[in-house]
Design a protein around this ligand. Structure first.
Ligand code: ZN
Length: 242
């Protein structure tokens, strides 16, 4: 295409579109980065939670074992007194106390048995989590690094393009350029191609007069969405140049 104000305008639009695409990619990459950070935190906290559970169960087991040891001592003392006493009343009382101790001991033993079972399961679970833990974290860290580089690279490209952007190159179409510039940032794709007789920005049908103008490379705003309409053939030609 010839170097006309129209072609320079189309080139500027395509340039901006490419930059917008890069911005969208950057937003996606930033989102992915956040998701990976959340996953990393979840992996860490899952293991941490199981470790806390394990610690609590161990503490309970130790407490029950201490109780059982104390009961055993108490029981031994009472048995000794039972052997030595000659008083029938005291003997009866001690027998009762010993029986009560046996009931308590049985309850503690059952509790201890349950705790051992739970502990065994928990220990296996934590061990298997720890085994895969380093690998999972490493994978997440590697992915985080890649995505971070991606975000930085895209950011640098966007900065470079924004710096290189030069709307002054579009001379001769000052009014259209001013419209385009004021719509940028407020509307997605402020200049769009006319596809057959339809505005590709909002989908509304464009009048025959405006269609003819667009075909003759006059920038016409869509009556519905006010986006500037241009000839798709011109875009195709410019894309080939790019
Ligand atoms: Zn429109």
């Amino acid at each position: 295409m010839e170097n006309t104000p129209y072609s320079r305008f189309v080139l500027l639009v395509l340039f901006d579109r490419f930059t917008e695409d890069l911005k969208k990619k950057k937003i996606k990459a930033e989102q992915l980065f956040k998701e990976l950070l959340a996953e990393q935190a979840a992996v860490c906290s899952q293991l941490e939670n199981e470790r806390v559970l394990l610690k609590n169960e161990r503490k309970q087991r130790d407490e029950v074992e201490l109780e059982l040891a104390a009961l055993a001592q108490d029981f031994a003392k009472k048995e000794l007194r039972l052997e030595k006493t000659s008083d029938a009343k005291e003997y009866g009382a001690l027998r009762n106390e010993c029986e009560a101790l046996i009931v308590r001991r049985t309850a503690y033993e059952e509790r201890l048995f349950e705790l051992w079972k739970t502990l065994e399961e928990l220990e296996l679970k934590v061990a298997s989590m720890e085994l895969g833990y380093a690998d999972r974290l490493k994978k997440i860290e590697d992915a985080l690094e890649l995505v971070k580089q991606d975000v930085q690279g895209l950011g640098a490209q966007i900065d470079e393009r924004e710096h290189a952007r030069d709307p002054k190159q579009v001379q001769g179409l000052e009014t259209e350029l001013a419209m385009y510039e004021s719509m940028r940032g407020r509307v997605a794709n402020p200049a769009v191609s006319l596809v057959l007789n339809v505005c590709s920005g909002c989908g509304s049908v464009v009048s025959r007069i405006d269609q003819a103008a667009v075909e003759h490379h006059v920038l016409k705003p869509c009556q519905q969405c006010h986006r500037l309409l241009f000839d798709p053939k011109a875009v195709q030609e410019e894309k080939e140049i790019l």
